[in-house]
Design a protein around this ligand. Structure first.
Ligand SMILES: [Zn+2]
Length: 225
């Protein structure tokens, strides 16, 4: 059955995505989480809450519905599951989500400041600034709503939550992890640039040209997108 096969495949992919957050230095201890939507089903897979990364297995990934209720699994899902579920409910094109407290992204979030688009790599991946959403407390749909509302008016696949940290989205969980890695990288570079003086903005027409090229032409062309 297709959904069963998809869940089996995604257990491996979601585990790898969560371990990639560690490999890229984006999380400490048991923090951070990556999830994937099950295509064609109102389900997601996410890592369990509070389990050491070296204890995670494909089987320990938790299957939830798109309201965060556990459908399959013995462990409690990540404490951010409700936010991931809200994003999947309201952004049908999103197949993967991450959340971390990566250092430089959090340094921008602590000041509630969007990261200006001053690097071609930012224009490529984010199509403009990385926006900052208002402060929101964990526990209900407030964080998910802040992420969705902020990303709706932006090309960006990353958003900073004020005083908190980044959420990223992608067509699948691997793309969402890539966005998290790129987000931290540009937050670090623009932060360092600021120490030396004000970084120069890139003209909006050049940002658009870079974004269009990277999104449509860059990389190995595939038959299907
Ligand atoms: Zn958090």
């Amino acid at each position: 059955m297709k959904v069963t096969d998809d869940i089996a495949r995604l257990r491996q992919e979601v585990l790898k995505a969560n371990l990639d957050l560690v490999r890229n230095g984006l999380v400490v201890w048991t923090g951070g989480n990556a999830s994937a939507r099950v295509p064609g089903a109102d389900l997601l897979l996410i890592k369990p809450s509070g389990v050491d990364y070296d204890q995670l297995t494909p089987e320990s990934m938790v299957v939830c519905d798109l309201h965060g209720n556990v459908v399959e699994g013995d462990l409690a899902p990540s404490s951010d599951t409700a936010s991931h579920a809200y994003i999947y409910r309201h952004m049908p094109h999103v197949g993967g989500v991450t959340h971390t407290h990566s250092t430089y992204a959090c340094a921008w979030a602590a000041r509630g400041e969007a990261v200006p688009c001053v690097l071609t790599a930012m224009a490529d991946e984010f199509g403009g600034p990385i926006p900052c959403a208002p402060f929101a407390l964990i526990g209900d749909d407030t964080i998910g709503a802040a992420v969705v509302e902020t990303l709706r008016t932006s090309h960006s696949v990353a958003v900073l939550l004020q005083n908190h940290g980044p959420f990223t989205i992608g067509k699948d969980v691997r793309s969402a992890v890539k966005a998290a890695v790129m987000c931290e990288d540009v937050c670090r570079t623009v932060h360092i640039s600021r120490q030396l003086g004000p970084p120069l903005p890139i003209l909006p027409s050049d940002v658009k040209a870079l974004y269009d090229r990277y999104q449509n032409v860059y990389g190995q062309q595939q038959e299907e997108k």
